[in-house]
Ligand binder design. Sequence first.
Ligand SMILES: Nc1ncnc2c1ncn2[C@@H]1O[C@H](COP(=O)(O)OS(=O)(=O)O)[C@@H](OP(=O)(O)O)[C@H]1O
Length: 300
Amino acid sequence: MNTSDFKFNVQSSLQRAKDMSDEEKLYRYKGVLYPQLLSPEENLKALENFKAREEDIMLVAYPKCGFNWMVGVVRKIIAEVTGVKTEARMPPLIEFFGPEMLKEVEAAPSRRFLGTHLHPDNIPASFNEKKTKTLVIFRNPKDTLVSFYHFSNNNPVLPSESWDSFYSNFMSGDVAWGSYFDHALAWEKRMVDPNVMIVTYEELKQDLSDGIRQISSFFGYTLTEAQVLRISDGSTFSAMKQSSANSHESLGDVIFRKGEVGDWKNHFTPEQSREMDAAFNKQLAGTRLGAKLNYQRHCQ
Ligand SMILES: Nc1ncnc2c1ncn2[C@@H]1O[C@H](COP(=O)(O)OS(=O)(=O)O)[C@@H](OP(=O)(O)O)[C@H]1O
């Protein structure tokens, strides 16, 4: 799959964003906000008939939950097992592709590595129908919100917003790619599906090697301990930030920002923190995903 056109599109989108007002940068598709320049309606419409394959490798994340980290890890796993290196390429987000690029993807040989931030309702139905193995990464909502706030203010294709305004929009789900809680509740329902594996940012921060072993075996690969070590050494925050100028060009420093658990403590007011606690309790307390996110430890 050749992604040079895609690289060019991202650069030209960043350029075009300079002439747009913040109001023009997001639009609604089936009720969910998406970035006009990166995921215009024609991209999302073209995706509706996308033909997933059983052998595809699919990665899903709500924005800022660690998608690019997992892209790096999965690409390194693939490189170790097959010898094919694709790490210098931009992330394989299907909603950024557009009709022409999608034709190339449809013609590409298996196994294809694909990813998305799409709202679960907007993910092409064929991924579920074909039982494509799908890795989903989640992160605690407070750090996700902080990361998203900085991203919005440093990525020209998204609106710039004050902390209080972004906080309110995140809580009501009026941010690009929709509500964190909508995504979480939809994936919570699929946690028992053997074709879905959910990992959390926080558990990977704690033991990346174990995560790499589990992820590779989920996709049907077996790694030696030396390979696991090589992949984890190359996937630390500092290693990935260092190589990001190559893989992500001008967005490298924006995406690889801080890479820590708990930065929310430097941003949330006590009242905002209590409001998020109440929202989490209402939506996710007592669920499997809620337990996996270990909210009390990471957010209280
Ligand atoms: N290797 C590694 N280790 C730890 N943390 C990492 C790593 N790579 C990326 N990150 C952090 O992930 C956050 C970006 O998330 P996404 O890649 O999902 O962002 S995006 O929505 O696709 O733009 C963003 O979090 P914040 O630093 O809190 O903003 C990145 O720094």
